[in-house]
Ligand binder design. Structure first.
Ligand SMILES: *[C@@H]1O[C@H](CO)[C@@H](O)[C@H](O)[C@H]1NC(C)=O
Ligand SMILES: *[C@@H]1O[C@H](CO)[C@@H](O)[C@H](O)[C@H]1NC(C)=O
Ligand SMILES: *[C@@H]1O[C@H](CO)[C@@H](O)[C@H](O)[C@H]1NC(C)=O
Ligand SMILES: *[C@@H]1O[C@H](CO)[C@@H](O)[C@H](O)[C@H]1NC(C)=O
Ligand SMILES: *[C@@H]1O[C@H](CO)[C@@H](O)[C@H](O)[C@H]1NC(C)=O
Ligand SMILES: *[C@@H]1O[C@H](CO)[C@@H](O)[C@H](O)[C@H]1NC(C)=O
Ligand SMILES: *[C@@H]1O[C@H](CO)[C@@H](O)[C@H](O)[C@H]1NC(C)=O
Ligand SMILES: *[C@@H]1O[C@H](CO)[C@@H](O)[C@H](O)[C@H]1NC(C)=O
Ligand SMILES: *[C@@H]1O[C@H](CO)[C@@H](O)[C@H](O)[C@H]1NC(C)=O
Ligand SMILES: *[C@@H]1O[C@H](CO)[C@@H](O)[C@H](O)[C@H]1NC(C)=O
Ligand SMILES: *[C@@H]1O[C@H](CO)[C@@H](O)[C@H](O)[C@H]1NC(C)=O
Ligand SMILES: *[C@@H]1O[C@H](CO)[C@@H](O)[C@H](O)[C@H]1NC(C)=O
Ligand SMILES: [Cu+2]
Length: 409
């Protein structure tokens, strides 16, 4: 293994090079202050950590309603495809004949992103911190909240060229979005006195901004390792079958009630023409589960406000993605195709645009757990709910009591 790189893909995408990994406790001191930072031809006063933007391993972000971004960045740097930004280009310097581990994180809050390195294939070995059966790809897609560990094998000899690393969004919704491309540069180190700037720079064409076929093909390649050492403990018996549709509710206020609907109150052709009155309501219901309930949840995208891909994130648990498809989920036919042998285990999954995804998990972690779309703006539109997993009998199945001074609503 040559080295480990961390790539943060952020909207205004983010790579930190770590030269060693260890499990030791680390202590950091962060000095947070406003500082003038120049990006994309403008100087702005921004929150910096230890004088850096982005800071050392944490990203500070200010609140406010999201606008369409001006740029995507790789580790805070927009790169040469944006105005005034050539000097703000992330460069990954590598040696020939080595294998690098890149840790990719999509920290862009509102964009699923394609990413590739020209003339190089990436071997995907992990998703959301869980090993997968390794596979190779030229281009990957990563949704907000997902992480991928990938291996980059460099060319055996100095290639006498440099290579673009590029990222841009995958978009299925109807709204306006930032359709720009961020680029960094992969540079090979050489002893010869080369002028790297004069070398040819190769570029790879990323999939079309709406290339759902690519996304489907790519996501269908993920499989758990499912070995004795790294087993796929898919719940085989299901205690609760749930069916949620995905559309937007308003914001909720008030006290939670333990009666979140098991399935939609109003059925219609979810991916056909939406009804005139979609009968959505605001509510504060929780889905209550006794501890250790095994849950199968089918999430169905709907055509209300247009079909759209939603990266769904569950707190508190990993889940197995046992099936997915387009159109309406068919409870009679689709379950027979579920993969219960080596499905991918992760915590954020894209609900396909105009389709459905089926997950299974064992609710063995007591507490109240948030589940939401990882497109930040969709959270504010209501794509969120919570599970309440009850305490069990064993000591390690109980939550500690709340602190005495916890405010009550
Ligand atoms: C940032 O720039 C503004 C305008 O040029 C200036 O007034 C201010 O003092 C600068 N702030 C810092 C911390 O340098
Ligand atoms: C969003 O855009 C509007 C109009 O361009 C601007 O007035 C507002 O300040 C922007 N908000 C943020 C948080 O950048
Ligand atoms: C970039 O610069 C060009 C040429 O000056 C200008 O036409 C274009 O509007 C600029 N783009 C942005 C996003 O500022
Ligand atoms: C990069 O790929 C292009 C086309 O895919 C090819 O023409 C070119 O020779 C490659 N360059 C290097 C240095 O591998
Ligand atoms: C590398 O490429 C440069 C520019 O294309 C060329 O001038 C140089 O001779 C090449 N060097 C080798 C070793 O091929
Ligand atoms: C991005 O959007 C602009 C304005 O909507 C359009 O002119 C441009 O062609 C688009 N670029 C791409 C790569 O789709
Ligand atoms: C993708 O976008 C292109 C150009 O905007 C359009 O022609 C095409 O029909 C779209 N494809 C899908 C599957 O929506
Ligand atoms: C899926 O990807 C593989 C290579 O990664 C490619 O050979 C195949 O044509 C793709 N299939 C579709 C339907 O795009
Ligand atoms: C939900 O609540 C929001 C804010 O209170 C309100 O604007 C919206 O109209 C409500 N939606 C429905 C369907 O009741
Ligand atoms: C649902 O709508 C889709 C798209 O309009 C259509 O193809 C399909 O036949 C409809 N399904 C049913 C059961 O009506
Ligand atoms: C929905 O509204 C349209 C236009 O107002 C009307 O023509 C149609 O009959 C309505 N559909 C239903 C199911 O009410
Ligand atoms: C939880 O459920 C699993 C599978 O159904 C079972 O093997 C295990 O014994 C249960 N654990 C407890 C603490 O109930
Ligand atoms: Cu969403």
């Amino acid at each position: 293994m040559g080295a480990i790189g961390k790539i943060f893909l952020v909207s205004l995408i983010a790579l930190y090079l770590l030269h060693s990994v260890s499990a030791a406790t680390r202590h950091y001191q962060f000095e947070i202050k406003m500082q003038n930072v120049t990006r994309l031809c403008h100087t702005k006063s921004m929150v910096t950590v230890n004088g850096q933007f982005p800071g050392p391993r944490i990203v500070a972000r200010e609140g406010g309603a999201p606008n369409v971004s001006d740029a995507y960045t790789i580790n805070g740097l927009p790169g040469p495809l944006y105005n005034c930004s050539s000097k703000d280009t992330f460069k990954l310097k590598v040696k020939p004949g080595k294998t690098y581990l890149l840790r990719l994180i999509n920290a862009a809050v509102n964009d699923e992103l394609f990413f590739s390195i020209a003339n190089h294939t990436l071997q995907i070995i992990d998703a959301d911190g869980v090993y997968v059966k390794p596979f190779e790809t030229d281009t990957l897609i990563i949704t907000p909240g997902q992480t991928h560990n990938v291996l980059l094998k460099t060319k055996p000899h100095f290639p006498n060229a440099t290579f673009y690393m590029t990222g841009r969004p995958y978009v299925t919704g109807l709204g306006t979005f930032d359709n720009s491309t961020v680029a960094g540069i992969l540079e090979y180190e050489t002893k010869a006195k080369q002028h790297l700037k004069k070398l040819p720079l190769f570029k790879q064409f990323l999939p079309a901004l709406n290339d759902t076929n690519f996304v489907t093909n790519f996501t269908s390649k993920f499989r758990s390792l499912a070995t004795p050492q790294f087993p796929a403990n898919v719940p085989l018996k299901v205690d609760k079958h749930l069916f949620f549709t995905f559309h937007f509710f308003g914001q909720s206020k008030g006290i939670y009630k333990p009666d979140f609907p098991y399935s939609p109150l109003h059925w219609f052709n979810f991916t056909g023409n939406p009804p005139n009155n979609t009968l959505v309501s605001n509510d504060t219901k929780l889905m209550v589960l006794p501890i250790n309930t095994s849950v199968e949840l089918v999430m169905q995208d709907t055509s209300i406000v247009g079909v759209e891909s939603h990266p769904l994130h569950l707190h508190g648990f990993n889940f197995f993605v046992v099936g997915q498809g387009f159109g309406n989920f068919d409870p009679n036919k689709d379950p027979s195709n579920f993969n219960l042998v080596d499905p991918i285990e992760r915590n954020t999954v894209g609900v396909p645009s105009g389709g459905w995804v089926a997950i299974r998990f064992l609710a063995d972690n007591p507490g109240v757990w948030f589940m939401h779309c990882h497109l930040e703006v969709h959270i504010s539109w209501g794509l969120k709910m919570a599970w309440l997993v009850q305490d069990g009998k064993l000591p390690n199945q109980k939550l500690p009591p709340p602190p005495k001074d916890l405010p009550k609503c």
